[in-house]
Design a protein around this ligand. Structure first.
Ligand SMILES: [Zn+2]
Length: 195
């Protein structure tokens, strides 16, 4: 049996944690791991703890001042120093989250290249941010070093675009179905995949 890679497992993990988000328009997940692959911070976009979810807007633009981003939450929830850690993110971090991750020493980001509409001002800020952090943005296959084992340049941001194969999740779903945890008609689902 071939084992799933850490990238595959972590990408599936952040997609699952994103489902906890109260934001009905965009659901994001972030996990920050140390160089031994241990999760030391995890978050999704949502409201600050103990606020009344049902009273706070969950659509644009009224939600904006209330929503903590997944990256922010992951940083706020972290259980260990983040210096040298690696972030898995379900999309491109915004300018504010980019600053926070960088500031905390999280300088290798593995992201899903998800297209988002970005306002021009945000785009310009990010362009400058990438310039000031000597950002190296590349797909996994073009990156020679492994952040979990190799020495990384301290003052350079690396944004690794990963395209993990998550088809193993079908197996996970099947197992959950057999355990009675999934109520949908799994046979029909399988048929739709094959068709
Ligand atoms: Zn953000």
């Amino acid at each position: 049996m071939s084992r799933q890679t850490w990238d595959e497992v972590m990408m599936a993990t952040i997609m699952v944690i994103a489902k906890r988000s109260p934001d009905i328009q965009t659901q994001c997940g972030t996990a920050i791991v140390d160089t031994k692959h241990r999760i030391i911070g995890m978050g999704f976009n949502g409201y600050a703890r103990d606020l009344p979810d049902d009273k706070i807007p969950n659509t644009r633009p009224l939600k904006y001042p209330w929503i903590l981003h997944g990256e922010e939450n992951a940083i706020l929830n972290c259980t260990a120093p983040l210096d040298g850690a690696i972030a898995y993110v379900t999309g491109w971090p915004c300018h504010r989250c980019s600053n926070l991750l960088w500031h905390q020493g999280v300088r290798w980001w593995k992201i899903i290249d998800r297209t988002v509409k970005m306002v021009a001002e945000q785009e310009l800020l990010l362009k400058q941010f990438y310039e000031y952090t000597n950002a190296y943005i590349a797909e996994s296959k073009d990156i020679q070093i492994d952040p979990f084992h190799d020495e990384r340049p301290k003052n350079t941001l690396t944004i690794e675009i990963i395209k993990p194969n998550l088809s193993f999740l079908i197996g996970v779903a099947e197992e959950a179905h057999n355990m009675g945890l999934i109520k949908t008609d799994f046979d029909k689902f399988r048929e739709s995949l094959n068709g």
